[in-house]
Design a protein around this ligand. Structure first.
Ligand code: X8Z
Ligand code: ZN
Length: 621
Protein backbone atom coordinates (compact mmCIF):
# COMPACT_ATOMS: atom_id res chain seq x y z
CA UNK A 1 0.00 0.00 0.00
CA UNK A 2 0.94 3.59 -0.31
CA UNK A 3 -0.79 6.89 -0.93
CA UNK A 4 0.87 9.99 -2.38
CA UNK A 5 3.13 9.36 0.46
CA UNK A 6 1.43 6.26 1.78
CA UNK A 7 -1.16 5.05 -0.57
CA UNK A 8 -3.42 3.08 1.72
CA UNK A 9 -4.36 5.87 4.07
CA UNK A 10 -7.60 7.66 3.65
CA UNK A 11 -6.92 11.23 2.75
CA UNK A 12 -4.16 11.99 0.28
CA UNK A 13 -3.39 9.66 -2.52
CA UNK A 14 -1.28 9.16 -5.61
CA UNK A 15 -2.95 10.51 -8.68
CA UNK A 16 -2.91 10.97 -12.41
CA UNK A 17 -2.22 14.09 -14.43
CA UNK A 18 -3.36 16.95 -16.60
CA UNK A 19 -4.86 16.39 -19.96
CA UNK A 20 -6.92 18.68 -22.18
CA UNK A 21 -9.42 15.82 -22.54
CA UNK A 22 -9.88 15.66 -18.82
CA UNK A 23 -13.44 16.21 -17.66
CA UNK A 24 -13.92 19.64 -16.19
CA UNK A 25 -15.88 19.39 -12.99
CA UNK A 26 -19.08 21.35 -12.70
CA UNK A 27 -18.56 24.90 -11.36
CA UNK A 28 -17.27 24.95 -7.83
CA UNK A 29 -19.13 26.42 -4.94
CA UNK A 30 -17.33 29.18 -3.09
CA UNK A 31 -14.67 28.22 -0.55
CA UNK A 32 -16.01 27.42 2.90
CA UNK A 33 -13.82 30.07 4.47
CA UNK A 34 -11.79 33.04 3.37
CA UNK A 35 -8.59 31.96 1.66
CA UNK A 36 -5.63 32.53 3.91
CA UNK A 37 -3.27 33.15 1.06
CA UNK A 38 -3.45 36.66 -0.44
CA UNK A 39 -2.33 35.36 -3.83
CA UNK A 40 -5.48 33.28 -3.96
CA UNK A 41 -7.65 36.37 -3.94
CA UNK A 42 -5.64 38.26 -6.56
CA UNK A 43 -7.16 38.42 -10.04
CA UNK A 44 -6.44 35.09 -11.68
CA UNK A 45 -3.42 35.30 -13.95
CA UNK A 46 -0.46 33.08 -14.78
CA UNK A 47 1.56 34.95 -12.14
CA UNK A 48 -0.99 34.64 -9.37
CA UNK A 49 -1.48 30.99 -10.30
CA UNK A 50 2.26 30.40 -9.94
CA UNK A 51 2.23 32.06 -6.50
CA UNK A 52 -0.81 30.08 -5.49
CA UNK A 53 0.84 26.81 -6.51
CA UNK A 54 3.99 27.51 -4.52
CA UNK A 55 1.93 28.43 -1.49
CA UNK A 56 -0.40 25.45 -1.89
CA UNK A 57 2.45 22.96 -2.25
CA UNK A 58 4.17 24.40 0.81
CA UNK A 59 1.07 24.25 2.98
CA UNK A 60 0.22 20.75 1.82
CA UNK A 61 3.76 19.56 2.39
CA UNK A 62 3.67 20.89 5.96
CA UNK A 63 0.32 19.30 6.64
CA UNK A 64 1.24 15.81 5.45
CA UNK A 65 4.12 15.65 7.88
CA UNK A 66 1.61 15.98 10.71
CA UNK A 67 -0.92 13.53 9.34
CA UNK A 68 1.72 10.95 8.35
CA UNK A 69 3.27 10.90 11.81
CA UNK A 70 -0.16 10.69 13.43
CA UNK A 71 -1.27 7.92 11.07
CA UNK A 72 1.94 5.99 11.56
CA UNK A 73 1.61 6.03 15.33
CA UNK A 74 -2.08 5.13 15.11
CA UNK A 75 -1.60 2.25 12.73
CA UNK A 76 1.34 0.81 14.62
CA UNK A 77 -0.27 1.26 18.03
CA UNK A 78 -4.06 1.36 17.87
CA UNK A 79 -5.58 2.87 21.00
CA UNK A 80 -8.38 5.33 21.68
CA UNK A 81 -5.74 8.02 22.11
CA UNK A 82 -3.95 7.41 18.83
CA UNK A 83 -7.35 7.14 17.13
CA UNK A 84 -8.11 10.60 18.48
CA UNK A 85 -4.83 12.07 17.26
CA UNK A 86 -5.12 10.46 13.83
CA UNK A 87 -8.66 11.76 13.47
CA UNK A 88 -7.69 15.32 14.33
CA UNK A 89 -4.81 15.22 11.86
CA UNK A 90 -7.08 13.74 9.19
CA UNK A 91 -9.58 16.52 9.76
CA UNK A 92 -6.96 19.18 9.14
CA UNK A 93 -5.72 17.27 6.16
CA UNK A 94 -9.19 17.04 4.64
CA UNK A 95 -9.90 20.67 5.31
CA UNK A 96 -6.70 21.82 3.66
CA UNK A 97 -6.80 19.61 0.58
CA UNK A 98 -10.43 20.53 -0.02
CA UNK A 99 -9.76 24.23 0.47
CA UNK A 100 -6.86 24.08 -1.99
CA UNK A 101 -8.98 22.36 -4.60
CA UNK A 102 -11.58 25.06 -4.26
CA UNK A 103 -9.00 27.79 -4.60
CA UNK A 104 -7.35 26.07 -7.55
CA UNK A 105 -10.65 26.37 -9.39
CA UNK A 106 -10.04 30.12 -9.70
CA UNK A 107 -7.35 29.41 -12.24
CA UNK A 108 -9.39 27.26 -14.57
CA UNK A 109 -9.23 28.75 -18.02
CA UNK A 110 -6.08 30.80 -17.25
CA UNK A 111 -3.29 30.10 -19.70
CA UNK A 112 -0.53 28.41 -17.73
CA UNK A 113 2.83 26.80 -18.29
CA UNK A 114 2.70 23.02 -18.78
CA UNK A 115 4.16 22.47 -15.31
CA UNK A 116 1.70 24.83 -13.60
CA UNK A 117 -1.26 23.31 -15.46
CA UNK A 118 -0.20 19.82 -14.43
CA UNK A 119 0.22 20.83 -10.80
CA UNK A 120 -3.19 22.46 -10.72
CA UNK A 121 -4.70 19.33 -12.19
CA UNK A 122 -2.94 17.17 -9.61
CA UNK A 123 -4.11 19.48 -6.86
CA UNK A 124 -7.71 19.11 -7.98
CA UNK A 125 -7.58 15.33 -7.61
CA UNK A 126 -5.24 15.27 -4.61
CA UNK A 127 -7.63 13.57 -2.21
CA UNK A 128 -9.65 10.38 -1.90
CA UNK A 129 -11.82 11.85 0.82
CA UNK A 130 -12.74 15.50 0.39
CA UNK A 131 -14.25 17.34 3.30
CA UNK A 132 -17.95 18.07 3.48
CA UNK A 133 -18.47 21.84 3.92
CA UNK A 134 -19.74 21.72 7.53
CA UNK A 135 -16.93 21.37 10.11
CA UNK A 136 -19.02 19.04 12.28
CA UNK A 137 -19.55 16.75 9.31
CA UNK A 138 -15.85 16.85 8.53
CA UNK A 139 -15.16 15.68 12.07
CA UNK A 140 -17.79 12.99 11.81
CA UNK A 141 -16.31 11.75 8.53
CA UNK A 142 -12.75 11.71 9.87
CA UNK A 143 -13.96 9.84 12.94
CA UNK A 144 -15.74 7.25 10.83
CA UNK A 145 -12.61 6.77 8.72
CA UNK A 146 -10.43 6.17 11.76
CA UNK A 147 -13.02 3.94 13.44
CA UNK A 148 -13.44 1.64 10.47
CA UNK A 149 -9.69 1.38 9.93
CA UNK A 150 -9.13 0.49 13.58
CA UNK A 151 -12.07 -1.93 13.64
CA UNK A 152 -10.45 -3.77 10.75
CA UNK A 153 -7.00 -3.60 12.33
CA UNK A 154 -8.21 -5.02 15.63
CA UNK A 155 -10.73 -7.49 14.11
CA UNK A 156 -10.65 -11.01 15.54
CA UNK A 157 -12.65 -14.22 15.42
CA UNK A 158 -13.34 -15.26 19.01
CA UNK A 159 -14.82 -18.56 20.17
CA UNK A 160 -15.65 -20.02 23.56
CA UNK A 161 -13.62 -23.11 24.29
CA UNK A 162 -13.37 -25.37 27.32
CA UNK A 163 -10.28 -23.42 28.40
CA UNK A 164 -11.89 -20.00 27.91
CA UNK A 165 -12.19 -17.58 25.03
CA UNK A 166 -9.93 -18.18 22.07
CA UNK A 167 -9.45 -15.32 19.62
CA UNK A 168 -7.70 -15.47 16.27
CA UNK A 169 -6.35 -12.59 14.16
CA UNK A 170 -6.62 -12.24 10.40
CA UNK A 171 -3.05 -13.54 10.11
CA UNK A 172 -3.92 -16.70 12.00
CA UNK A 173 -7.17 -17.23 10.12
CA UNK A 174 -5.41 -16.68 6.80
CA UNK A 175 -2.91 -19.37 7.66
CA UNK A 176 -5.77 -21.84 8.08
CA UNK A 177 -7.26 -20.79 4.74
CA UNK A 178 -3.90 -21.23 3.08
CA UNK A 179 -3.09 -24.66 4.44
CA UNK A 180 -6.23 -26.52 5.55
CA UNK A 181 -8.06 -28.71 3.06
CA UNK A 182 -10.96 -29.39 5.40
CA UNK A 183 -14.10 -27.81 3.97
CA UNK A 184 -15.81 -27.21 7.30
CA UNK A 185 -12.75 -25.82 8.99
CA UNK A 186 -12.28 -23.42 6.09
CA UNK A 187 -15.92 -22.41 6.30
CA UNK A 188 -15.65 -21.74 10.00
CA UNK A 189 -12.68 -19.36 9.69
CA UNK A 190 -14.16 -17.67 6.61
CA UNK A 191 -17.41 -16.99 8.46
CA UNK A 192 -15.51 -15.96 11.57
CA UNK A 193 -13.49 -13.28 9.82
CA UNK A 194 -16.39 -11.94 7.76
CA UNK A 195 -18.35 -11.34 10.96
CA UNK A 196 -15.93 -8.53 11.92
CA UNK A 197 -17.43 -6.33 9.23
CA UNK A 198 -21.05 -6.48 10.37
CA UNK A 199 -20.74 -3.53 12.78
CA UNK A 200 -19.17 -1.42 10.02
CA UNK A 201 -22.24 -1.53 7.86
CA UNK A 202 -24.07 1.50 9.22
CA UNK A 203 -20.89 3.46 9.58
CA UNK A 204 -20.02 2.80 5.97
CA UNK A 205 -23.40 4.03 4.75
CA UNK A 206 -22.93 7.30 6.63
CA UNK A 207 -19.33 7.51 5.41
CA UNK A 208 -20.59 7.30 1.83
CA UNK A 209 -23.12 10.09 2.39
CA UNK A 210 -20.52 12.41 3.91
CA UNK A 211 -17.76 11.50 1.45
CA UNK A 212 -20.13 12.28 -1.40
CA UNK A 213 -20.93 15.66 0.16
CA UNK A 214 -17.22 16.38 0.11
CA UNK A 215 -16.88 15.28 -3.52
CA UNK A 216 -19.84 17.43 -4.53
CA UNK A 217 -18.33 20.43 -2.76
CA UNK A 218 -15.37 20.26 -5.13
CA UNK A 219 -17.43 19.73 -8.23
CA UNK A 220 -17.69 15.97 -8.68
CA UNK A 221 -20.90 14.04 -9.00
CA UNK A 222 -19.80 11.65 -6.26
CA UNK A 223 -16.68 10.17 -4.70
CA UNK A 224 -16.40 7.50 -7.39
CA UNK A 225 -16.18 10.08 -10.13
CA UNK A 226 -13.33 11.81 -8.29
CA UNK A 227 -11.49 8.49 -7.92
CA UNK A 228 -11.92 7.71 -11.60
CA UNK A 229 -10.59 11.16 -12.53
CA UNK A 230 -7.12 10.20 -11.30
CA UNK A 231 -6.07 8.47 -14.52
CA UNK A 232 -5.48 11.27 -17.06
CA UNK A 233 -8.69 10.51 -18.87
CA UNK A 234 -12.34 11.40 -18.40
CA UNK A 235 -13.92 9.35 -15.60
CA UNK A 236 -16.31 7.62 -17.98
CA UNK A 237 -13.45 6.59 -20.26
CA UNK A 238 -11.71 4.94 -17.32
CA UNK A 239 -14.57 2.49 -16.91
CA UNK A 240 -14.43 1.63 -20.59
CA UNK A 241 -10.66 1.21 -20.32
CA UNK A 242 -11.04 -1.25 -17.50
CA UNK A 243 -13.64 -3.25 -19.50
CA UNK A 244 -11.41 -3.23 -22.57
CA UNK A 245 -8.48 -4.69 -20.65
CA UNK A 246 -10.71 -7.21 -18.91
CA UNK A 247 -12.00 -8.41 -22.29
CA UNK A 248 -8.38 -9.09 -23.28
CA UNK A 249 -7.76 -11.41 -20.34
CA UNK A 250 -11.19 -12.87 -19.57
CA UNK A 251 -10.94 -15.95 -21.84
CA UNK A 252 -7.73 -16.93 -20.08
CA UNK A 253 -9.28 -16.38 -16.65
CA UNK A 254 -12.27 -18.52 -17.64
CA UNK A 255 -9.95 -21.30 -18.69
CA UNK A 256 -8.01 -21.13 -15.42
CA UNK A 257 -11.27 -21.09 -13.45
CA UNK A 258 -12.52 -24.16 -15.30
CA UNK A 259 -9.35 -26.12 -14.59
CA UNK A 260 -9.14 -25.12 -10.94
CA UNK A 261 -12.82 -25.90 -10.34
CA UNK A 262 -12.34 -29.42 -11.72
CA UNK A 263 -9.38 -30.03 -9.43
CA UNK A 264 -11.28 -28.71 -6.44
CA UNK A 265 -14.23 -30.96 -7.29
CA UNK A 266 -11.86 -33.90 -7.28
CA UNK A 267 -10.80 -32.97 -3.76
CA UNK A 268 -14.02 -31.73 -2.14
CA UNK A 269 -16.67 -33.56 -4.19
CA UNK A 270 -19.30 -32.25 -6.60
CA UNK A 271 -21.83 -31.61 -3.87
CA UNK A 272 -19.47 -28.97 -2.48
CA UNK A 273 -17.76 -27.64 -5.58
CA UNK A 274 -20.43 -27.73 -8.31
CA UNK A 275 -19.68 -29.09 -11.74
CA UNK A 276 -20.94 -26.05 -13.61
CA UNK A 277 -21.56 -23.34 -11.03
CA UNK A 278 -19.38 -20.83 -9.23
CA UNK A 279 -16.64 -21.99 -6.83
CA UNK A 280 -17.30 -21.49 -3.10
CA UNK A 281 -15.23 -18.49 -2.03
CA UNK A 282 -13.52 -20.16 0.93
CA UNK A 283 -11.69 -23.05 -0.79
CA UNK A 284 -9.29 -20.99 -2.91
CA UNK A 285 -6.59 -20.55 -0.26
CA UNK A 286 -7.22 -16.89 0.53
CA UNK A 287 -9.78 -14.99 2.60
CA UNK A 288 -11.00 -13.00 -0.41
CA UNK A 289 -10.26 -15.57 -3.15
CA UNK A 290 -7.99 -12.96 -4.72
CA UNK A 291 -4.78 -15.01 -4.84
CA UNK A 292 -5.09 -18.75 -5.34
CA UNK A 293 -1.42 -19.71 -5.13
CA UNK A 294 -1.87 -21.39 -1.76
CA UNK A 295 -3.90 -24.17 -3.37
CA UNK A 296 -1.15 -24.89 -5.89
CA UNK A 297 -0.57 -28.39 -4.47
CA UNK A 298 -4.19 -29.26 -5.31
CA UNK A 299 -3.97 -28.10 -8.92
CA UNK A 300 -0.33 -28.80 -9.84
CA UNK A 301 -0.34 -29.87 -13.51
CA UNK A 302 2.69 -32.21 -13.37
CA UNK A 303 3.20 -33.29 -9.78
CA UNK A 304 6.83 -33.62 -8.84
CA UNK A 305 8.21 -31.86 -11.92
CA UNK A 306 9.07 -28.53 -10.37
CA UNK A 307 9.52 -28.27 -6.63
CA UNK A 308 8.21 -24.81 -5.88
CA UNK A 309 7.75 -24.81 -2.12
CA UNK A 310 9.53 -21.58 -1.20
CA UNK A 311 7.58 -21.28 2.06
CA UNK A 312 8.99 -24.55 3.31
CA UNK A 313 12.54 -23.39 2.55
CA UNK A 314 11.94 -20.06 4.31
CA UNK A 315 10.69 -21.93 7.36
CA UNK A 316 13.36 -24.59 7.52
CA UNK A 317 16.16 -22.14 6.86
CA UNK A 318 14.65 -19.84 9.47
CA UNK A 319 14.67 -16.72 7.35
CA UNK A 320 13.93 -13.70 9.49
CA UNK A 321 11.81 -10.73 8.42
CA UNK A 322 15.00 -8.71 8.15
CA UNK A 323 16.68 -11.29 5.93
CA UNK A 324 13.62 -11.32 3.66
CA UNK A 325 13.66 -7.51 3.51
CA UNK A 326 17.41 -7.39 2.80
CA UNK A 327 16.92 -9.91 0.00
CA UNK A 328 14.30 -7.63 -1.52
CA UNK A 329 16.64 -4.66 -1.20
CA UNK A 330 19.38 -6.60 -3.02
CA UNK A 331 17.10 -7.09 -5.98
CA UNK A 332 16.87 -3.32 -6.33
CA UNK A 333 20.55 -2.63 -5.65
CA UNK A 334 21.40 -5.40 -8.12
CA UNK A 335 19.64 -3.29 -10.75
CA UNK A 336 21.85 -0.35 -9.85
CA UNK A 337 19.41 1.43 -7.53
CA UNK A 338 20.72 2.82 -4.22
CA UNK A 339 20.64 0.97 -0.90
CA UNK A 340 17.81 1.81 1.48
CA UNK A 341 18.60 4.64 3.89
CA UNK A 342 19.59 3.71 7.43
CA UNK A 343 16.39 5.33 8.70
CA UNK A 344 14.40 2.71 6.80
CA UNK A 345 15.79 0.02 9.10
CA UNK A 346 15.42 2.18 12.15
CA UNK A 347 11.84 3.30 11.58
CA UNK A 348 10.15 0.40 9.81
CA UNK A 349 7.95 -2.09 11.61
CA UNK A 350 8.51 -5.44 9.93
CA UNK A 351 7.26 -7.88 12.55
CA UNK A 352 4.00 -8.04 14.42
CA UNK A 353 4.75 -6.53 17.82
CA UNK A 354 3.53 -8.31 20.91
CA UNK A 355 1.16 -6.65 23.33
CA UNK A 356 -0.23 -3.96 21.09
CA UNK A 357 -2.73 -3.69 18.28
CA UNK A 358 -1.48 -2.75 14.81
CA UNK A 359 -2.96 -2.56 11.33
CA UNK A 360 -1.12 -5.56 9.90
CA UNK A 361 -2.08 -4.92 6.28
CA UNK A 362 1.29 -4.20 4.63
CA UNK A 363 2.05 -0.62 3.62
CA UNK A 364 4.89 1.62 2.45
CA UNK A 365 5.32 5.17 3.66
CA UNK A 366 7.33 8.28 2.90
CA UNK A 367 6.66 10.24 6.04
CA UNK A 368 5.99 13.87 5.19
CA UNK A 369 7.55 13.38 1.75
CA UNK A 370 10.98 13.74 3.30
CA UNK A 371 12.65 10.49 2.31
CA UNK A 372 11.88 9.01 5.74
CA UNK A 373 10.68 5.82 4.05
CA UNK A 374 9.25 2.92 6.02
CA UNK A 375 7.45 -0.37 5.65
CA UNK A 376 4.82 -1.54 8.08
CA UNK A 377 4.24 -5.25 7.80
CA UNK A 378 3.62 -8.24 10.07
CA UNK A 379 6.02 -10.42 8.11
CA UNK A 380 5.80 -14.23 8.25
CA UNK A 381 8.28 -16.59 6.60
CA UNK A 382 6.08 -17.38 3.60
CA UNK A 383 6.44 -17.01 -0.14
CA UNK A 384 3.39 -14.74 -0.12
CA UNK A 385 5.14 -12.35 2.25
CA UNK A 386 8.37 -12.47 0.26
CA UNK A 387 6.30 -11.33 -2.71
CA UNK A 388 4.60 -8.63 -0.62
CA UNK A 389 8.00 -7.37 0.53
CA UNK A 390 9.02 -6.82 -3.09
CA UNK A 391 5.68 -5.14 -3.71
CA UNK A 392 6.21 -2.73 -0.82
CA UNK A 393 9.82 -2.07 -1.78
CA UNK A 394 8.53 -1.10 -5.22
CA UNK A 395 6.64 1.73 -3.51
CA UNK A 396 9.68 2.64 -1.42
CA UNK A 397 11.98 2.86 -4.44
CA UNK A 398 9.41 4.93 -6.33
CA UNK A 399 9.40 7.35 -3.34
CA UNK A 400 13.18 7.48 -3.30
CA UNK A 401 13.62 7.93 -7.02
CA UNK A 402 11.09 10.76 -7.39
CA UNK A 403 11.96 12.26 -4.01
CA UNK A 404 13.66 15.31 -5.48
CA UNK A 405 10.62 16.44 -7.47
CA UNK A 406 8.24 19.14 -6.22
CA UNK A 407 5.75 17.65 -3.74
CA UNK A 408 2.82 17.43 -6.14
CA UNK A 409 4.88 15.42 -8.60
CA UNK A 410 5.93 12.96 -5.90
CA UNK A 411 3.37 10.38 -6.93
CA UNK A 412 3.13 7.49 -9.32
CA UNK A 413 2.48 8.27 -13.00
CA UNK A 414 -0.90 6.89 -12.03
CA UNK A 415 -1.87 4.82 -9.03
CA UNK A 416 -1.53 1.58 -10.99
CA UNK A 417 2.09 2.39 -11.77
CA UNK A 418 2.87 2.67 -8.09
CA UNK A 419 1.25 -0.70 -7.40
CA UNK A 420 3.00 -2.39 -10.31
CA UNK A 421 6.71 -1.72 -9.65
CA UNK A 422 7.54 -4.32 -7.03
CA UNK A 423 5.22 -6.81 -8.72
CA UNK A 424 7.22 -6.40 -11.92
CA UNK A 425 10.37 -7.55 -10.16
CA UNK A 426 8.52 -10.54 -8.74
CA UNK A 427 7.98 -11.72 -12.34
CA UNK A 428 11.78 -12.04 -12.50
CA UNK A 429 11.84 -14.35 -9.47
CA UNK A 430 12.19 -17.39 -11.69
CA UNK A 431 13.06 -20.83 -10.26
CA UNK A 432 16.70 -20.15 -11.21
CA UNK A 433 16.67 -16.88 -9.28
CA UNK A 434 15.05 -18.51 -6.26
CA UNK A 435 17.65 -21.25 -6.42
CA UNK A 436 20.38 -18.62 -6.35
CA UNK A 437 18.86 -17.42 -3.05
CA UNK A 438 18.91 -20.96 -1.70
CA UNK A 439 15.12 -21.11 -1.66
CA UNK A 440 14.70 -23.85 -4.27
CA UNK A 441 16.80 -26.95 -4.58
CA UNK A 442 16.63 -28.00 -8.20
CA UNK A 443 15.33 -26.19 -11.25
CA UNK A 444 14.46 -28.75 -13.92
CA UNK A 445 14.51 -27.17 -17.32
CA UNK A 446 11.75 -28.82 -19.30
CA UNK A 447 8.31 -27.85 -20.66
CA UNK A 448 6.43 -29.66 -17.89
CA UNK A 449 8.28 -27.82 -15.15
CA UNK A 450 7.58 -24.60 -17.06
CA UNK A 451 3.85 -25.31 -17.02
CA UNK A 452 3.99 -25.93 -13.27
CA UNK A 453 5.83 -22.65 -12.69
CA UNK A 454 3.41 -20.73 -14.90
CA UNK A 455 0.46 -22.30 -13.11
CA UNK A 456 1.70 -21.04 -9.79
CA UNK A 457 2.17 -17.56 -11.22
CA UNK A 458 -1.29 -17.61 -12.83
CA UNK A 459 -2.88 -18.58 -9.51
CA UNK A 460 -1.23 -15.49 -8.07
CA UNK A 461 -1.64 -12.95 -10.85
CA UNK A 462 -4.39 -14.07 -13.24
CA UNK A 463 -6.80 -15.21 -10.54
CA UNK A 464 -6.45 -11.70 -9.11
CA UNK A 465 -7.67 -9.82 -12.20
CA UNK A 466 -11.45 -10.01 -11.76
CA UNK A 467 -11.10 -9.39 -8.04
CA UNK A 468 -9.04 -6.29 -8.80
CA UNK A 469 -11.90 -5.06 -10.92
CA UNK A 470 -14.83 -5.94 -8.70
CA UNK A 471 -13.97 -3.95 -5.58
CA UNK A 472 -14.24 -0.53 -7.16
CA UNK A 473 -17.06 -1.47 -9.47
CA UNK A 474 -18.96 -2.17 -6.30
CA UNK A 475 -17.82 1.08 -4.67
CA UNK A 476 -18.55 3.14 -7.77
CA UNK A 477 -22.13 1.82 -7.65
CA UNK A 478 -22.35 2.53 -3.93
CA UNK A 479 -20.98 6.06 -4.28
CA UNK A 480 -23.25 6.87 -7.22
CA UNK A 481 -26.31 5.65 -5.32
CA UNK A 482 -27.02 2.90 -7.88
CA UNK A 483 -26.56 0.52 -4.94
CA UNK A 484 -28.25 1.61 -1.73
CA UNK A 485 -27.34 0.44 1.76
CA UNK A 486 -30.17 -2.11 1.76
CA UNK A 487 -28.55 -3.77 -1.25
CA UNK A 488 -24.85 -3.60 -0.32
CA UNK A 489 -24.29 -7.30 0.17
CA UNK A 490 -26.43 -8.51 -2.72
CA UNK A 491 -24.58 -6.20 -5.11
CA UNK A 492 -21.23 -7.34 -3.72
CA UNK A 493 -21.93 -11.02 -4.35
CA UNK A 494 -23.56 -10.34 -7.69
CA UNK A 495 -20.34 -8.76 -8.97
CA UNK A 496 -18.18 -11.43 -7.45
CA UNK A 497 -20.24 -14.13 -9.16
CA UNK A 498 -20.28 -12.26 -12.44
CA UNK A 499 -16.55 -11.56 -12.74
CA UNK A 500 -14.83 -14.08 -10.47
CA UNK A 501 -17.23 -17.00 -10.76
CA UNK A 502 -17.29 -17.50 -7.01
CA UNK A 503 -20.17 -17.81 -4.56
CA UNK A 504 -20.51 -17.18 -0.84
CA UNK A 505 -20.22 -20.42 1.13
CA UNK A 506 -22.98 -19.48 3.58
CA UNK A 507 -26.17 -17.39 3.36
CA UNK A 508 -25.17 -13.73 3.13
CA UNK A 509 -28.22 -11.56 3.74
CA UNK A 510 -28.11 -7.81 4.22
CA UNK A 511 -27.26 -8.21 7.90
CA UNK A 512 -23.72 -8.91 6.66
CA UNK A 513 -21.29 -6.40 5.18
CA UNK A 514 -18.84 -8.61 3.35
CA UNK A 515 -17.10 -5.81 1.46
CA UNK A 516 -16.02 -4.48 4.87
CA UNK A 517 -14.02 -7.66 5.49
CA UNK A 518 -11.54 -6.51 2.83
CA UNK A 519 -9.03 -3.97 4.11
CA UNK A 520 -9.35 -1.40 1.35
CA UNK A 521 -13.05 -0.80 1.96
CA UNK A 522 -12.86 0.27 5.62
CA UNK A 523 -9.50 1.94 4.86
CA UNK A 524 -11.04 3.83 1.92
CA UNK A 525 -8.21 2.90 -0.41
CA UNK A 526 -9.13 2.85 -4.10
CA UNK A 527 -8.66 -0.56 -5.70
CA UNK A 528 -8.87 -0.18 -9.50
CA UNK A 529 -5.18 0.67 -9.26
CA UNK A 530 -4.36 -3.00 -8.55
CA UNK A 531 -6.27 -4.19 -11.58
CA UNK A 532 -4.30 -1.83 -13.80
CA UNK A 533 -1.07 -2.77 -12.02
CA UNK A 534 -1.68 -6.42 -12.81
CA UNK A 535 -1.83 -5.56 -16.52
CA UNK A 536 0.99 -3.00 -16.48
CA UNK A 537 3.49 -5.16 -14.62
CA UNK A 538 3.65 -7.55 -17.58
CA UNK A 539 4.15 -4.62 -19.94
CA UNK A 540 6.96 -3.33 -17.70
CA UNK A 541 8.45 -6.81 -17.47
CA UNK A 542 8.47 -7.27 -21.25
CA UNK A 543 10.05 -3.85 -21.74
CA UNK A 544 12.75 -4.45 -19.12
CA UNK A 545 13.49 -7.89 -20.53
CA UNK A 546 14.00 -6.31 -23.92
CA UNK A 547 16.33 -3.75 -22.35
CA UNK A 548 18.22 -6.62 -20.72
CA UNK A 549 18.58 -8.31 -24.12
CA UNK A 550 16.62 -11.38 -23.04
CA UNK A 551 16.14 -14.03 -25.71
CA UNK A 552 13.47 -16.69 -25.45
CA UNK A 553 9.98 -16.94 -23.95
CA UNK A 554 8.97 -14.04 -21.73
CA UNK A 555 8.27 -16.19 -18.68
CA UNK A 556 11.88 -17.42 -18.63
CA UNK A 557 13.29 -13.89 -18.34
CA UNK A 558 14.79 -12.56 -15.13
CA UNK A 559 16.17 -9.04 -15.05
CA UNK A 560 17.91 -9.72 -11.71
CA UNK A 561 21.34 -8.09 -11.70
CA UNK A 562 20.82 -6.30 -15.02
CA UNK A 563 21.90 -2.65 -14.95
CA UNK A 564 20.41 -1.76 -18.36
CA UNK A 565 16.97 -2.88 -17.19
CA UNK A 566 17.55 -1.05 -13.90
CA UNK A 567 18.34 2.20 -15.67
CA UNK A 568 15.20 1.93 -17.79
CA UNK A 569 13.12 1.37 -14.68
CA UNK A 570 14.81 4.21 -12.81
CA UNK A 571 14.14 6.61 -15.69
CA UNK A 572 10.43 6.05 -15.33
CA UNK A 573 10.49 6.14 -11.54
CA UNK A 574 12.31 9.47 -11.53
CA UNK A 575 9.51 11.05 -13.59
CA UNK A 576 6.97 10.56 -10.80
CA UNK A 577 3.74 12.25 -11.82
CA UNK A 578 5.46 15.15 -13.57
CA UNK A 579 3.99 14.08 -16.90
CA UNK A 580 0.73 12.35 -17.88
CA UNK A 581 1.12 8.61 -17.46
CA UNK A 582 1.28 7.74 -21.19
CA UNK A 583 4.62 9.64 -21.22
CA UNK A 584 5.90 7.54 -18.34
CA UNK A 585 4.74 4.34 -20.03
CA UNK A 586 6.47 5.46 -23.19
CA UNK A 587 9.70 6.08 -21.27
CA UNK A 588 9.82 2.50 -20.06
CA UNK A 589 8.01 0.53 -22.72
CA UNK A 590 7.86 2.65 -25.87
CA UNK A 591 4.05 2.28 -25.74
CA UNK A 592 1.40 4.78 -24.77
CA UNK A 593 -1.57 2.58 -23.88
CA UNK A 594 -2.18 -0.09 -21.29
CA UNK A 595 -2.32 -3.42 -23.00
CA UNK A 596 -2.64 -7.04 -21.85
CA UNK A 597 -0.72 -8.56 -24.76
CA UNK A 598 2.41 -8.91 -22.61
CA UNK A 599 0.39 -10.83 -20.01
CA UNK A 600 -1.03 -13.19 -22.62
CA UNK A 601 2.41 -13.63 -24.17
CA UNK A 602 3.92 -14.49 -20.78
CA UNK A 603 1.29 -17.15 -20.10
CA UNK A 604 0.92 -18.51 -23.65
CA UNK A 605 2.23 -22.03 -22.88
CA UNK A 606 -0.07 -22.36 -19.87
CA UNK A 607 -3.04 -21.10 -21.85
CA UNK A 608 -2.45 -23.81 -24.45
CA UNK A 609 -2.13 -26.43 -21.70
CA UNK A 610 -5.35 -25.33 -19.98
CA UNK A 611 -7.41 -25.14 -23.14
CA UNK A 612 -6.32 -28.65 -24.01
CA UNK A 613 -6.94 -29.98 -20.51
CA UNK A 614 -10.41 -28.38 -20.42
CA UNK A 615 -11.54 -30.08 -23.62
CA UNK A 616 -14.83 -31.82 -23.04
CA UNK A 617 -15.57 -29.90 -19.84
CA UNK A 618 -18.37 -27.37 -19.82
CA UNK A 619 -16.58 -24.26 -18.60
CA UNK A 620 -18.24 -21.12 -17.24
CA UNK A 621 -20.73 -20.70 -14.43
O1 X8Z B 1 -2.90 -3.93 -0.56
C1 X8Z B 1 -1.98 -4.42 -1.17
C2 X8Z B 1 -0.55 -4.15 -0.75
C3 X8Z B 1 -0.39 -2.79 -0.20
S1 X8Z B 1 -0.60 -1.53 -1.40
C4 X8Z B 1 -0.15 -5.14 0.32
N1 X8Z B 1 -2.21 -5.25 -2.21
C5 X8Z B 1 -3.56 -5.60 -2.62
C6 X8Z B 1 -4.25 -6.45 -1.57
O2 X8Z B 1 -3.59 -6.94 -0.66
O3 X8Z B 1 -5.45 -6.65 -1.69
C7 X8Z B 1 -1.21 -5.89 -3.06
C8 X8Z B 1 -1.97 -6.80 -3.95
C9 X8Z B 1 -3.39 -6.35 -3.91
ZN1 ZN C 1 0.86 -1.42 -2.87
Amino acid sequence: MQRALLLCVTTLIACGGSDPTDKTPTPLPSAPREPRNPSAVAAPSAESAARFIVDAETRWHEQIAESDHAQWVNQTFITDDTDFLATRAAERDMALTTELVQQAARYQGVELSEEAARKLHLLRINTVLPSPPAPEERRELATLATDMNSMYGTGKYCQQTASGEKCRTLGELSKVLATSRDYDELLDVWNGWHAIAKPMREKYARFVTLGNKGAESIGWKDLGELWRAKFDMPPAALEAESERLWAQVQPFYDSLHCYVRRKLQAHYGEERVPKHGPIPAHVLGNMWAQDWSNIYPLVEPYPGQAKLDVTKALETKRWTAEKMMRTGESFFTGLGLPPLPETFWKHSLIEKPKGREVVCHASAWDIGLTGDVRIKMCTEPTEEDLVTIHHELGHIYYYLMYGKLPPLFQQGAHEGFHEGIGDTLVLSMTPAYLKSLGLLQQTPNNPKADIDTLMKRALQRVAFLPFGKVIDQWRWQVFSGAVKPDGYNAAWWKLRAQYQGIAPPSPRGEEHFDAGAKYHVPANTPYARYFFAHILQFQFHRALCRAAGHQGPLHTCSIAGNAAAGEKLATMLRMGASKPWPDALFAIAGERTMDASALTEYFAPLRAYLDEANQGDQCGW
